[in-house]
Structures are given as C-alpha cells and as structure tokens.
Write a protein that binds this ligand. Structure first.
Ligand SMILES: Cc1cc2nc3c(=O)[nH]c(=O)nc-3n(C[C@H](O)[C@H](O)[C@H](O)COP(=O)(O)OP(=O)(O)OC[C@H]3O[C@@H](n4cnc5c(N)ncnc54)[C@H](O)[C@@H]3O)c2cc1C
Length: 272
C-alpha cells in the first residue's frame, strides 16, 4: 500500500549519521507491517535494511541474531542438532501462517518491535531468557531482558530514536525442552492465545501471550505442581476482551494450552 503522507525516505549509511529524531519518524525494516495499512501518524521512514544486521552467530555464551535477519533465514539456517529449542523457533514462525512474502521479507526486529499481542517471537524469547541489545542514535547500547521489553499492545520500552540492534539467547538455554502452543479461530487468524513452556534442571517456565496484551512469564520450581501454580496465576491476569473473543474465553483457552503444553514437556522428558 502507498503511504501518501510520508514526506521523507532516508537510507543513511550508519545510525550515527542521524543527528535528529522527531515526531512521525520511524524505522523501516522489512516493511511488511508498515506498508500493510495506512500510517497517518508517520512522516519519515528511516530504512535500516542497508545496515545488514542479519547475522546469526555465536559470541561468548550467546547465540546472536541480528535485528534485520529475515524470518526465512531462521527457517533455513543449518542449526546444531543439540539446540532443541530451535525446533520451537521454527514452529513459532510457521505458526504465523503468513504469506510467502511476509516470511521472506519480515525481520526478527520488526516482529519483536511491532509488539503485537499475538506477536509470535516474543513469547519464545521470554521463555528462553533472551535479552535485547538496544542502541540510541549515538550507538550507545543497553541491554534489556526480553521479559521487560514489551509493556503493552504495540508498546515497548524503546525511547524515541532507539533501535533494537540484536537478540542474545544464552547458548545453554537452547538445549532446554521447550514447547509452543497456539490457538486461533482459523489457522490464518492472529492467535487468541499462545503458551510457551520450557524446562531446565531448576525450573519450569511458562509464558502466556496473545490472550494478554504482552507476554507474561510464570515460573515454578516443581514440575509436579507447576500446572496448578500456573493456572492459579491466571486469576490475577487481565485477559483481552474484544470482538474476536471474550476475556473469559481467552482465559479458558490459555488454561487448556498450559495443560497441553506441560503434558507435552513431560512426554519429551520421558522420551530422553
Ligand atoms: C495482516 C497481517 C497480520 C499479521 N499478523 C501477525 C501475527 O498474528 N503475529 C505476528 O507475530 N505477526 C503478525 N504480523 C506481523 C508480521 O510478522 C510483521 O509484518 C513483521 O514481523 C514485521 O516485520 P518487518 O520487518 O516487516 O517490520 P516493519 O513493517 O518494517 O516494521 C514494523 C514495526 O517495527 C519497527 N521496527 C522494525 N525494526 C525495528 C528495530 N530493529 N528496532 C526498532 N523498531 C523496529 C518499525 O518502526 C515498525 O513500527 C502480521 C502482519 C500483517 C501484515
């Protein structure tokens, strides 16, 4: 779709060449969302694709994924077999049921920063204990835990002019047993509920998303009681109520997905 209100398109060589940031400015990554609907509030697009932040590499104890890495690259990359969590990363992308164009063009950073409640990558990143490196216009960086990044529907902790540079996932967490469950009215509809569960030696983690505005992490130290604890926590969550589903329905679906996901985790551990 054309965006007739856009006055300026910038494609700077480097982030530091941007000396100002104002109202109506936005980063342009894959453009699959930005060009999918009118954006009357926007005036300036700053294209970040020329920066080629699409690396997938190991640095120290972390797997690094650059912000402009297209989703398709995550599906096609030759991952190490022992990184069991990668299968779930692929499930999360496939679950988008997005068109060929979106999967080829949309980026990891775009998906995370768009911060839809039904965002597919964010709950997995929270479950895996990922963190995000954020830059400002002076290239000063700060790191924030994925669990603290999204604070509402299409709302993150990014300040004006800040950008997600890369995602860091601890290598040891990639070997966790992880499960991803999603429910939508049809396969192509945005999810009404997403549940990601993960288990390591000390902990069971459960992230609920899509049924609430931003991913929420629940934790338990005992597998046997985790289900009861997580379901009890749902009483204090605020579930989305809209034309697609009531809050009560979303809560029920979330509970069903938690049970199903934890059962799947137990089966996986028994198979080891
Ligand atoms: C009809 C439709 C339905 C969709 N449904 C779903 C869904 O159910 N679940 C889901 O997960 N996704 C959904 N998507 C979103 C799809 O996955 C996104 O279009 C995509 O992830 C956005 O990626 P992009 O690189 O194209 O971002 P863009 O469209 O370029 O940008 C999206 C937003 O992110 C910002 N941004 C991009 N990169 C960065 C960065 N590095 N740092 C800071 N800000 C940045 C942009 O400024 C913009 O605000 C849907 C998209 C469409 C068009």
């Amino acid at each position: 779709m054309d965006l007739p209100n856009i006055e300026t398109y910038l494609h700077p060589d480097d982030i530091q060449t941007i000396t100002t940031w104002g109202e109506g400015w936005t980063w342009l990554a894959g453009g699959t969302w930005l060009f999918s609907e009118p954006q009357p509030q926007l005036k300036v697009l700053v294209d970040i694709q020329p920066w080629r932040w699409s690396e997938i590499e190991i640095q120290g104890d972390n797997l690094i994924i650059g912000a402009t890495c297209p989703l398709i690259k995550l599906l096609e990359y030759p991952w190490l077999a022992e990184w069991t969590a990668i299968a779930v990363l692929k499930t999360a992308i496939t679950a988008l049921s997005a068109s060929f164009k979106v999967v080829n063009q949309a980026t990891v950073g775009g998906n995370i920063c768009l911060a839809l409640s039904a965002g597919t990558l964010a709950p997995l990143m929270v479950a895996l204990g990922a963190s995000y490196e954020i830059w400002n216009l002076q290239k000063e960086s700060r790191q924030v835990a994925a669990r603290d990044f999204q604070i509402g529907f299409k709302t993150t902790i990014l300040q004006p002019g800040e950008i997600l540079r890369r995602v860091l996932i601890p290598l040891s967490n990639l070997t966790w047993q992880v499960d991803y469950q999603r429910f939508g009215i049809t396969a192509t509809d945005p999810a009404l509920a997403i549940v990601v569960t993960a288990r390591n030696h000390q902990q069971v983690r459960c992230v609920i998303a899509a049924s609430v505005v931003a991913p929420r992490l629940l934790e338990s130290e005992i597998m046997e009681t985790a289900q009861t604890e997580f379901i009890a926590c749902l009483d204090s969550e605020s579930f989305i109520e809209d034309a697609k589903a009531s809050a009560i329905y979303r809560r029920e679906i979330t509970e069903i997905l938690i049970k199903s996901s934890l059962s799947e985790l137990i089966l996986r551990v028994q198979r080891l």
